[in-house]
Design a protein around this ligand. Structure first.
Ligand code: ADP
Length: 553
């Protein structure tokens, strides 16, 4: 959340750089005495203004080619991909806002292909959260076979399908069809089963934009943002008007041009967005078990990330904010529509301001920067964090590691300890070097005595509105060390889902008095505010329970 003016964490220490400080640093002195440099952000063209605004509010300064040395920045933010060279030349104090090679989930065709592969390996019962999809032109025959099969099953009436260009966003080029002769395309597209029974609010379709921060892929460390956006279509939903994009597509980029955008729509209000909190209040008013929904969405996110986890090169200097688009159907089943690389951060309305500014502040908190940068000053630490993009997986030599561990080529390291940047837990392998505390999040809950091994590698369970969703128990902590043990992690997700879904009284719609009594992780009202997600994040609860093999009962 935005820092309050009196919050010392965010007060920048004025720059007091002088030569004597510099000499101390060069001699390997403790950097608590080192010159204080403000943190520097670098923006590539096209980055939404709110990113600059938030970082300036926090006392960072903006990188300027004329004033700064080429290496003189801490965070580089861009809405497009970084080049291989940018990953390879990263320095210890620098962070990039994208992990390498995440296209496997952020491009529609790659996502469809990867989910299909996982379905094949782990079963369609678990990977049943994404609508059946075909990548055309290649899968045209398979699509026709499925189309015909479904039509026969429905007594000759064809189902509904949606066609989407694989590499476009913001609803561009999308159309819905029933008759396959209306399917026309001139580029690669995916044709996906159209979820024709969406949950509606006063007749309006909506979907959820869930923000997910992958703080690291090795070990896999995932945070879901409690707040988020609910994005409405601006005309009432009807299957009689498949070509009305204001009724069928929930993209803001489309609906802000709808004739009804500014009008007061029944229950929805004006505009086309709600905050997630408002949606949860709405669910609560219907006595819906929002925790079950949250848990299902949470599992969708984890299972999706696990499809690429082991193919992402080790890149500890990277962090990424993804936008997961989730549609809820009339049976309250959540469906994954797509994963957005660089989710929109433009501020179109007051709801955007509330959600996106808070999101960015919390994201920067999650990165755990100290208020000034000592490392950048001691540029004796040069070129250390070479990330090999050709390496398929995280080298086992670097583990188990705290988030301070970094796999890289051997490179010059300062001989003495740089105390304030916390270089503890230096891996013994001489080919490894360390990352400063910027990325360190280990956290020690009071009731953690029995689990010292896990304790030492456990990420913080909550930062602002970011809630740790993976790892979520001791087994997933273990599964995410070294190479991610995808199978073991999936097994845990499956166990968690089964125990929650089969839990007596944890059906989607329940009597009000059941809501806070039957499930272990329930939404509670606190100071009049609904909490989305567990009040005590799962990992803590799991660690505190006596029987941790069966923690969710
Ligand atoms: P884009 O990247 O262009 O936004 P999406 O896959 O997110 O593409 O689709 C845009 C919108 O179309 C979604 O926000 C949703 O409202 C609708 N939509 C997409 N796929 C489906 C589907 N399978 N069933 C129902 N609605 C869908």
């Amino acid at each position: 959340m935005p820092p309050s003016p009196g919050d010392v964490r965010f007060q920048l220490i004025p720059m007091t750089y002088n030569q004597s400080n510099k000499s101390k640093m060069m001699a390997g002195a403790d950097v608590t005495d080192a010159p204080k440099k403000p943190l520097v952000f670098r923006l590539y063209s096209g980055v939404p203004e709110v990113v600059r605004q938030v970082l300036l509010e926090r006392g960072w300064i903006e990188y300027n080619e004329q004033e700064h040395d080429e290496k003189d920045w801490n965070l580089y933010w861009r809405t497009t991909s970084f080049t291989e060279a940018e990953y390879e030349n990263i320095l210890p104090w620098q962070r990039l806002n994208h992990h390498p090679k995440t296209m496997g989930i952020t491009r529609k065709d790659c996502l469809a292909r990867n989910l299909k592969r996982m379905k094949g390996i782990y079963g369609s019962a678990l990977y049943d959260f994404s609508p059946v999809a075909f990548i055309l032109p290649n899968d045209y025959t398979k699509f026709l076979a499925e189309y015909s099969r479904e039509m026969l099953e429905n007594g000759g009436t064809p189902g509904y399908w949606i066609c989407k260009p694989v590499d476009l966003s913001r609803g561009r080029g999308i159309f819905i069809f029933q008759d396959f002769t209306n399917l026309a395309y001139d580029s690669s597209v995916i044709v996906q089963k159209y979820i024709s029974n969406p949950l509606l609010i006063s007749g309006y379709k909506f979907d959820l934009r869930i923000y997910v921060c992958v703080k690291s892929f090795h070990p896999l460390t995932v945070y879901m943002y409690q707040e988020g956006l609910v994005r409405f279509a601006t005309e009432k939903y009807s299957l009689n008007s498949l070509d009305n994009q204001y009724a069928h597509l929930t993209n803001t980029s489309i609906n802000k041009f709808g004739l009804s955008y500014n009008s007061e729509k029944e229950r929805v209000g004006s505009g086309c967005k709600w905050t997630m909190s408002k949606f949860r209040t709405y669910l609560h008013s219907l006595n819906i078990n929002e925790m079950l929904l949250w848990q299902r969405i949470n599992s969708i996110v984890t299972l999706t990330l696990l499809t690429i986890a082991s193919s992402i090169p080790a890149s500890p200097n990277c962090v990424e904010l993804f936008g997961f688009d989730i549609l809820i159907d009339s049976n309250f089943k959540p469906w994954l529509l797509e994963v957005n690389f660089s989710p929109a951060l433009s501020l179109d309305c007051p709801v955007d301001v509330t959600v996106k500014k808070g999101l960015l502040h919390d994201l920067i908190d999650l990165l755990n920067y100290s208020d000034v940068d000592h490392l950048r000053e001691s540029q004796k630490v040069t070129k250390v964090s070479k990330v090999s993009l050709t390496r398929k997986t995280h080298p086992s030599t670097s583990s188990p590691q705290k988030e301070t561990g970094l796999a890289c080529k051997k490179s010059p390291q300062p001989k003495k300890k740089i105390a304030s940047q916390n270089m503890e837990n230096v891996p013994s392998n001489k080919n490894l070097c360390t990352l400063p505390a910027i990325n360190k999040t280990t956290h020690k809950p009071a009731s953690f005595k029995r689990f010292s091994k896990v304790e030492s590698i456990m990420p913080r369970s909550r930062v602002g509105d970011f809630i740790l969703t993976f790892p979520f128990n001791e087994a997933t902590v273990k599964a995410s060390q070294k190479l991610t043990n995808v199978k073991a992690a999936i097994l845990e997700v499956q166990k968690l889902l089964n125990s929650i879904v089969s839990h007596k009284g944890c059906g989607m719609k329940r009597r009000k008095e059941d809501i806070s009594s039957n499930c272990r992780f329930v939404g509670k009202e606190q100071n009049g505010q609904l909490l989305w997600g567990p009040k005590d994040p799962p990992l803590l609860s799991v660690m505190c329970t006596n029987n941790h093999n069966d923690s969710f009962r």
